[in-house]
Design a protein around this ligand. Structure first.
Ligand code: DAH
Length: 340
């Protein structure tokens, strides 16, 4: 009789418990109402009277051992689970999540698009591989005119001339050919010029072209639109000026300058001590361009402008070297993650 108690105690000691299932098996075996320990308690009445005392004492020891072991092992297993989950202290900061960020040029392109969207400009796109008509001829660049050399073009094919577009002004031609005025559109995109890469120039860069065609559009509308734009993008303190210039596709034409944001107009290296930095060109769309695109210049007029996104981004975030945009150095890129 007593041997059964000892045997079960030995079993309870040897029982392997290293996970939740084994713990439950232990419970069913040694603690549950229909387990083996309870079964022994039921046998108590069959134990001869002179052995009852010892039997009872040993049985109680067994019961106590089973209960203690169950409790201690349960706690140990729960602690281990907590540790495996990396700790359950909900007040601790979360594990950092290395999410990517948008490229600074994308951030600024979207800022520009948003500012113009508020005054009714939509977005239009065109091909990066262009033909001569859309990149030059329709824009009033005469054949063999030196103006074509202002932009060092990458030709893919001569006769017919197929080029990598040198500016996004080609998109204004495509929009005017396909849509009826009023037109208010913004064309951001990549452009290509055969230039040596330096801190200030690259053979691939980004522009945004703006075009507004309607009845009675004037130079005053152009100025007011650009005033609004630069103040929205750079802040109230920025100044804007127009310098007379030449572009084949606009007449009159102007170069757009803003006051230098680094020295606030006092003169520094970035503005070459002038206090002003050029951000793009603009003008009233030349009547020849309107005609080339099937729009009657007697009925409609319009303005256009084109700006470099790299230049604007460099001014806005005080970036001194254009090459940083294409080097993919995460130490540079990471700084723009939270902007925009
Ligand atoms: N396409 C010119 C360039 O790449 C920029 C430009 C100047 C665009 C005047 C315009 C404009 O629309 O009116 O240098």
């Amino acid at each position: 009789m007593i041997e059964n108690v000892h045997k079960l105690l030995a079993e309870a000691k040897a029982f392997e418990i290293s996970n939740a299932e084994q713990l439950e098996a232990f419970r069913l075996n040694f603690i549950a109402k229909n387990g083996q320990v309870t079964a022994l308690f039921k046998e108590f009445r069959n134990v001869p009277a002179d052995q009852k005392k010892e039997f009872g004492a040993e049985l109680n020891k067994l019961k106590q051992f089973a209960e203690d072991r169950f409790k201690a092992t349960k706690e140990a297993l729960e602690d281990a689970v907590d540790e495996n989950q990396g700790g359950v202290d909900l007040t601790l900061p979360t594990i950092p999540n290395a999410l990517g960020g948008r490229h600074p040029l994308t951030v600024v392109r979207e800022q520009i698009s948003d500012i113009f969207a508020r005054i009714g400009f939509n977005i239009s796109e065109g091909p990066e591989i262009e033909d001569d008509w859309h990149n030059f001829t329709a824009l009033n660049f005469p054949e063999n005119h030196p103006a074509r050399e202002m932009q060092d073009t990458f030709f893919i094919e001569k006769n017919p001339d197929i080029t990598l577009r040198t500016h996004t002004s080609s998109v204004q031609v495509r929009v005017m050919e396909n849509e009826k005025p009023p037109i208010r559109t913004l064309s951001p995109g990549r452009v290509f010029r055969n230039e040596a890469i330096s801190a200030r120039a690259h053979c691939i860069f980004h522009q945004v072209e703006g075009l507004y065609i309607d009845k009675n559009v004037s130079f005053a509308d152009l100025k007011q639109t650009l005033y609004y734009f630069v103040k929205e993008l750079f802040g109230e303190q920025v100044k804007l000026r127009f310098r007379p210039s030449f572009f084949p596709f606009t007449e009159p034409s102007a170069e757009i300058d803003i006051s230098c944001l680094l020295c606030k107009g006092d003169g520094c290296n970035v503005c070459k001590k002038t206090g002003w930095v050029e951000i793009g060109g603009a003008g009233m769309v030349d009547p020849n361009v309107l005609k080339n695109c099937g729009i009657d210049p007697e009925e409609y007029s319009g303005f256009a402008f084109g700006m470099g996104i790299e230049r604007i981004t460099m001014l806005k975030y005080q970036i001194k070297d254009l090459r940083l945009f294409t080097e993919n150095d995460v130490r540079f890129l990471r700084q723009f993650k939270t902007i925009g």
